[in-house]
Design a protein around this ligand. Sequence first.
Ligand SMILES: C[S@@+](CC[C@H](N)C(=O)[O-])C[C@H]1O[C@@H](n2cnc3c(N)ncnc32)[C@H](O)[C@@H]1O
Length: 250
Amino acid sequence: MTLYLIGLGLADQKDISVKGLEIVKSADFIYLENYTSVLQCSKEDLEQFYNQKIILADREFTEQKTKEIIQQAKTKKVAFLVIGDPFSATTHIELFRLAQENNLKVKIINNASVLTAVGITGLQLYKFGKTTSIPFDNNDLETPYQVLKDNLSLGLHTLFLLDLKPEENRFMTLNEAIGILESIELKKKEKIIQDNTLVIGCARLGTDQFKVKVSHLKDVKSVDFGLPPHSLIIPGKLHFMEEEVLKFFK
Ligand SMILES: C[S@@+](CC[C@H](N)C(=O)[O-])C[C@H]1O[C@@H](n2cnc3c(N)ncnc32)[C@H](O)[C@@H]1O
């Protein structure tokens, strides 16, 4: 048998590829990871569209049951659904690794990811440096600030992925993320972000209700980005073509 890792894309039940849908429709067991991102539709919407039952796999479930899912996939057709792309900014490579170790065939169905959807801003994907996450638990945290500093020193753009706990309906806002960066900076007694630093706030990329707002750091704080998920970008050195597109989002 085969384990299928299927990307669902970024918007709703209709973002799955035709290939992915065919597999899901004939699968014996379907798991949906619901802890690394959120879609703009519910589990019930997906079930209705696939005409199949879905088992929710939160972080604990996935970590504890990975081996069981692999065992199950040896005799049954198992699909593991991932919001966005299976291998973009998530830890699902472990499932792939374990399956390989167990001589289980794995088929990957890729899809859109936030890592590529940020292209709508006009920023060239080639010019992004290291991507970094801002976690809720951020005491003594320096990584996102250090990543920004390193990227800026090379003139590269920085994408910050913001923490989320969908099971608690808790999603980090841009305001919180900026506040965390500012407090790290205060502790380090450095100054790389200022009130007039250009920032780009993104929400629900890849959906019809996407929002991109380009503004100065102090002004973005009063923008309502609406429903999650949200991301923050601090651009590096801008090419004039990038500047031209950014103007549409001011
Ligand atoms: C750990 S990443 C998961 C990425 C997902 N597997 C993918 O391929 O897109 C989740 C974070 O990415 C960002 N993100 C994901 N989808 C997004 C979207 N459609 N618009 C804006 N930000 C998004 C948010 O900061 C969110 O908390």
